[in-house]
Design a protein around this ligand. Structure first.
Ligand code: AMP
Length: 220
């Protein structure tokens, strides 16, 4: 099944997507990660998107659609994708519908993580990503320690857009451009609301319950 993980920046989409990848043999496609990778490799796309990313604005739908088509068209991932951070506006919803139609796929489930702004700020300011193993930690909620992380601490880095100034812009962009997507999906039975304020394992418990019941239903 293909899943969309929906929610504001810092809602924990990436963390929950990583849990699902481990347990359900799925692949995560995070448009944010794809874009950061372009910047890291200093590609021509990377140079173009550095500034909007650091400001917390969205990059062009065309660019995102081109990156996404490479993933959705890949048969290895067919109907096994978790979209993290995509779609981000109504144009991208339409683009995704076109891509899924073109490559004979289907979105089975949209999980919407609901989190208050005060928690989002803490999650974003505390976030650290290991550039060696790609694991994400949080100084407040899930600090790296000897039992959960074996890489050297020099690899733990903060994202350049995880600062107080950019958080406000990212959240404003989310409210203006991304939130309206929920109205669009609200009358479809595939939309599930998740309380994203709980602990990581409790949130994942809710998600597992939903995914297991969809799997059981699909296998009937
Ligand atoms: P994220 O890692 O999802 O928080 O995304 C980080 C940044 O990448 C966002 O603030 C945007 O600048 C850009 N970005 C990520 N996904 C998208 C998308 N689907 N459409 C446009 N811009 C995106």
């Amino acid at each position: 099944m293909n899943i969309i993980l929906f929610g504001p920046p810092g809602a924990g989409k990436g963390t929950q997507a990583d849990n699902l990848v481990k347990d359900y043999n799925l692949f995560k496609v995070s448009t944010g990660d794809l874009l950061r990778d372009e910047i890291k490799k200093k590609t021509s796309i990377g140079n173009k998107i550095k500034s909007p990313l650091e400001k917390g604005s969205l990059v062009s739908d065309e660019l995102i659609n081109n990156l996404l088509e490479k993933v959705v068209s890949n048969k290895t991932y067919s109907n096994r994708l978790i979209f993290d951070g995509y779609p981000r506006n109504l144009n991208q919803v339409k683009d995704l519908e076109n891509l899924t139609k073109k490559y004979d796929q289907k979105i089975s489930c949209i999980l919407s993580l609901n989190v208050d702004l005060s928690i989002i700020i803490k999650r974003i300011l505390g976030r650290k990503v290991c550039s060696n193993c790609d694991q994400t930690f949080n100084d407040f909620f899930n600090p790296p320690n000897l039992s959960n992380h074996t890489c050297d601490s020099k690899f733990l880095q903060k994202r350049t857009d995880d600062n107080e100034e950019t958080i406000k812009n990212r959240f404003a962009t989310y409210e203006k451009e991304t939130l309206p997507i929920l109205n669009y999906y609200s009358d479809q039975k595939i939309l599930h609301q998740i309380d994203g304020m709980k602990e990581i394992s409790q949130i994942y418990g809710q998600i597992r319950g939903i995914i297991d019941s969809i799997e059981a239903w699909l296998s009937k």
